[in-house]
Write a protein that binds this ligand. Structure first.
Ligand code: PMP
Length: 375
């Protein structure tokens, strides 16, 4: 039944707007990033450090001098060439987004749609499945294997008889682990021969120390490597993500983005942080040390086992059905981490983002009080 009728030239909605909504949208819930109002926020994989004063000053100067009445450069030439230099590709191989989230949406608006599929390896970043619903692409789950391993053979088998986009998050959020290069290359090669685009999400790559898949772009025209400045470069609030791919793929994506998706102030901020790349990569090294400290301390707590991480966070399993009570105990103490209570694959897991030293100290002390130390 249609949700609308027309009487005397007036359209009336029957049963409210929901009748008119695409079933795939009705079936999903809005993204909940888990942002608590807690004093100590270790729940959203952000950088715990704001921009340094000299970048803030540059931004303040940009607000004063950049004409806000003019649209941004539609080709984003300066930003694209800075990102290209940073990623080691040509400017025409770079696509920019209002956060890398937006690029997930754009890739599905170009390579997804009715009759296409999105192969997704849960547990992983929830936006892939949401963006599949937005674009009327059929999501197909190919769950991670034991130890959260990449199910490369199963993903390749799932490509049969169709086309679409394969999502591989490396290292993976929320599990934290990275995947063997050989498995990723097998997926790329199979995708190339069977007509699948592979979106390789490297949101946390700076924390992994592994070489970027950008080096495979010449070999795999079906590869798109997704990166963000939200994590390692401390600008989650300014929203800037980018994607590196072959120039023909980028040309198609460029057609599907809103003309001015990255505003002039964000473009200036992105340029300012990229000019100080070494400063931010030092912070990354420091955060990797904190991640290791968190993992070691977690391993010393009763009934808690951290999973290996190549990111700025640690996922840990809590024995004895205590995940929720530990989570709530932390919230009561003003410390917010991430729980996954609706997800059977992660029911006993919690995720903590590496924060400032004193935040990590407080988290570890409180959790040790709640969980107890190993006998
Ligand atoms: N990919 C992954 C794997 C993420 O974890 C996130 C952020 N949580 C994003 C993409 C999106 O980041 P942004 O939109 O801030 O660039």
């Amino acid at each position: 039944m249609s949700g609308a009728t027309e009487a005397n030239g007036v359209i009336e909605l029957n049963g409210g707007l929901t009748d008119l909504v695409k079933p795939a949208i009705r079936a999903i819930s809005a993204y909940d990033g888990g942002h608590g109002a807690a004093a100590i926020r270790l729940d959203a994989n952000e950088s715990p450090f704001d921009l340094p004063p000299e970048v803030k000053e540059e931004l303040a100067a940009a607000v004063t001098t950049i004409p806000c009445n003019r649209y941004p450069d539609p080709g984003a030439r300066e930003l694209r060439s800075l990102l290209a230099e940073h990623a080691g590709v040509a400017p025409e191989q770079v696509m920019i987004g209002n956060g890398s989230d937006e690029l997930i949406q754009i890739i599905l608006s170009v390579f997804g749609g009715p009759g296409k599929r999105a192969l997704i390896h849960p547990p992983t970043f929830p936006i892939y499945a949401l963006a599949a619903a937005w674009s009327s692409t059929e999501p197909q789950a190919v769950p991670l294997g034991r130890g959260f391993s990449l199910p490369a053979a199963e993903i390749i088998a799932a490509m049969a008889g169709g086309r679409g986009v394969v999502f591989v998050c490396n290292p993976n959020n929320p599990t934290g682990n990275g995947y063997p290069e050989a498995d990723i290359e097998e997926i790329l090669a199979a995708g190339l021969s069977r007509g699948w685009v592979v979106l390789l999400d490297e949101a946390y790559a700076e924390f992994s120390g592994r070489p970027s898949a950008v080096r495979w772009l010449d070999r795999y025209p079906n590869l798109a490597v997704l990166r963000t400045l939200s994590k390692a470069f401390s600008v989650a609030g300014l929203r800037i993500g980018y994607l590196a791919a072959g120039a023909p793929l980028v040309r198609e994506l460029w057609k599907a983005k809103l003309p001015y998706n990255v505003n002039v102030l964000t473009q200036a901020a992105a340029a300012a942080v990229l000019r100080r790349k070494e400063f931010f990569l030092d912070r990354v090294r420091w955060l990797v040390g904190q991640r290791e400290r968190l993992a070691d301390a977690l391993a010393g707590m009763d009934g808690i086992s951290p999973h290996p991480s190549e990111t700025n966070f640690v996922l840990f399993t809590v024995e004895g059905g205590r995940a929720r009570s530990l989570y709530e105990g932390l919230v009561e103490a003003g410390i917010s981490i991430r729980g996954f209570f609706g997800d059977p694959a992660l029911r006993d897991c919690l995720r903590v983002t590496a924060g400032r030293a004193e935040e990590n100290d407080l988290f570890l002390a409180k959790l040790a009080d709640l969980a107890g130390r190993k006998g």
